[in-house]
Design a protein around this ligand. Structure first.
Ligand SMILES: Cc1cc2nc3c(=O)[nH]c(=O)nc-3n(C[C@H](O)[C@H](O)[C@H](O)COP(=O)(O)OP(=O)(O)OC[C@H]3O[C@@H](n4cnc5c(N)ncnc54)[C@H](O)[C@@H]3O)c2cc1C
Length: 389
């Protein structure tokens, strides 16, 4: 015998829980089906355990999507202040870090507990270890899991993206979209470190510096970290979302200054000083030395012609590198791509061609930059769908 619900939500992550509590508050009979044995696994590990749950400066410019306007409606209707209000009502507090990033002072698990408490108060039922083995639409949506068989009028797909597969992440969302004839954009790892041919940067692992990195017309200025596999750090994670295989990235190792002008001034002031000594005053010493050995010549500044200093300066302000690839879904924080936004209403998140079917959160082709934007999209899209299911 099928159990009937007004709303079944697949996925008890950030978007699914938000949608569930909102729908439950509207007195809808709601069931959440979660494949894992507990809710909100990605929330629990986010932000180093403190969850960067939103950002004070959220705007559509912080998101990648084939339709950059799609996210505007949801982001305008459920703002970071709405989520902060919810947290305040639960006695949760936050700490603001650079670039408007907010972290939960009570820890990431406190956010999951808050969402689960809201769901309980709203009468939402949750079923864990519930993977869907059968899905069909007749008069209602019909679903089967190991735990039971269900029918519902509204089906919400909130299964996130495929990054970090060891956490049970799946591409279930795009599979459901395909089943109902909706288009998707292929998922691609994002917010992910770059890999380089073995040995290229290996002995420089551990070096960290502030740099500006650009690719395909987008640039970020934050910390860069050289790892034993390649490049990482916030600036690299950010730019990785804009990178495609074969693209170069351009690294400004001395952002905010004209390196050639600086070197020429130093040549006039200290002609007998070695290039590596001068570079080590602005860059980590090991990096300065490696650049002199691998890209430049290490000699006293007076021995460089002006043209050569122009070339060295151009490299320091625009070092072009071709990553071999990324670390892939294994370590990617999110994935770009997902259900094509053209298939969905930006107000309700409902599929235009399939009434009653909704897609929210990372399953949709809306991907945030690093800094709390992904959770804000999950809260906002979940909240919006929760008003209509
Ligand atoms: C290590 C890490 C750190 C992060 N830190 C931050 C951060 O600090 N700030 C930020 O904004 N973003 C962060 N993110 C990104 C953020 O976690 C995601 O963008 C966000 O969780 C997406 O929410 P969602 O509800 O769409 O998906 P998820 O939160 O991933 O939830 C999807 C749920 O669906 C379940 N599921 C999957 N397939 C099925 C299925 N077939 N049947 C039933 N259930 C299924 C999953 O188990 C999961 O519980 C981080 C991601 C990672 C991996």
């Amino acid at each position: 015998m099928n159990k009937h619900f007004d709303v079944v939500i697949v996925g008890a992550g950030a978007a699914g829980l938000m949608c569930a509590m909102e729908a439950g508050r509207r007195s809808r009979r709601v069931l959440v089906l979660e494949k894992a044995d507990r809710a909100g696994r990605k929330i629990r590990i986010s932000g180093g355990g403190k969850s960067n749950f939103t950002n004070l400066y959220v705007s559509a410019d912080n998101y990648l999507s084939h339709n950059p306007h799609f996210c505007k409606s949801a982001l305008a209707r459920y703002t970071p202040w709405d989520f902060m209000g919810l947290m305040s009502r639960h006695g949760l507090t936050w700490e603001e870090r650079e670039h408007g990033q907010l972290f939960c002072e009570q820890g990431a698990t406190a956010i999951v507990d808050m969402l689960l408490q809201e769901c309980t108060q709203a009468g939402v039922e949750l079923s864990y270890d519930s993977e869907i083995s059968y899905l069909k639409k007749q008069e209602y949506f019909e679903l089967q899991t190991m735990q039971g068989a269900y029918t519902c009028a509204s089906l919400v797909v909130a299964t996130g993206g495929p990054s970090i597969p060891r956490m049970g992440s799946t591409d279930f969302g795009v599979q459901v979209a395909k089943q109902f004839g909706l288009k998707s954009i292929p998922f691609k790892p994002a917010l992910v470190p770059f890999t380089f041919p073995s040995g290229f940067l290996k002995d420089l692992a551990g070096i960290s510096l502030e740099a500006e990195v650009s690719c395909n017309g987008t640039a970020f200025r934050e910390q860069l970290l050289i790892t034993h596999r390649g490049l990482s750090g916030p600036v690299i994670l950010q730019i990785s979302s804009y990178w495609n295989k074969g693209d170069a990235i351009v690294i400004d190792l001395l952002p905010g200054m004209d390196a050639a002008d600086w070197l020429k001034a130093e040549q006039g002031a200290r002609p007998s000083v070695l290039l590596k000594t001068v570079l080590a005053e602005k860059l980590p010493r090991r990096l300065a030395q490696a650049l002199c050995e691998r890209l430049f010549t290490d000699q006293p500044l007076q021995q460089f012609q002006q043209k050569k200093l122009d070339e060295i300066g151009a490299t320091l302000n625009g070092w072009r590198l071709f990553p071999a690839g990324t670390e892939g879904m294994r370590t990617a924080e999110v994935a770009t791509g997902g259900v094509d936004t053209n298939e969905l209403s930006s107000r309700t998140l409902e599929a235009k061609k399939q009434p009653g079917l909704y897609f929210i959160g990372e399953t949709v082709d809306v991907t945030g930059q690093l800094g709390g934007y992904n959770f804000q999209w999950a809260w906002a899209s979940g909240w919006c769908a929760g008003q209509f299911v």
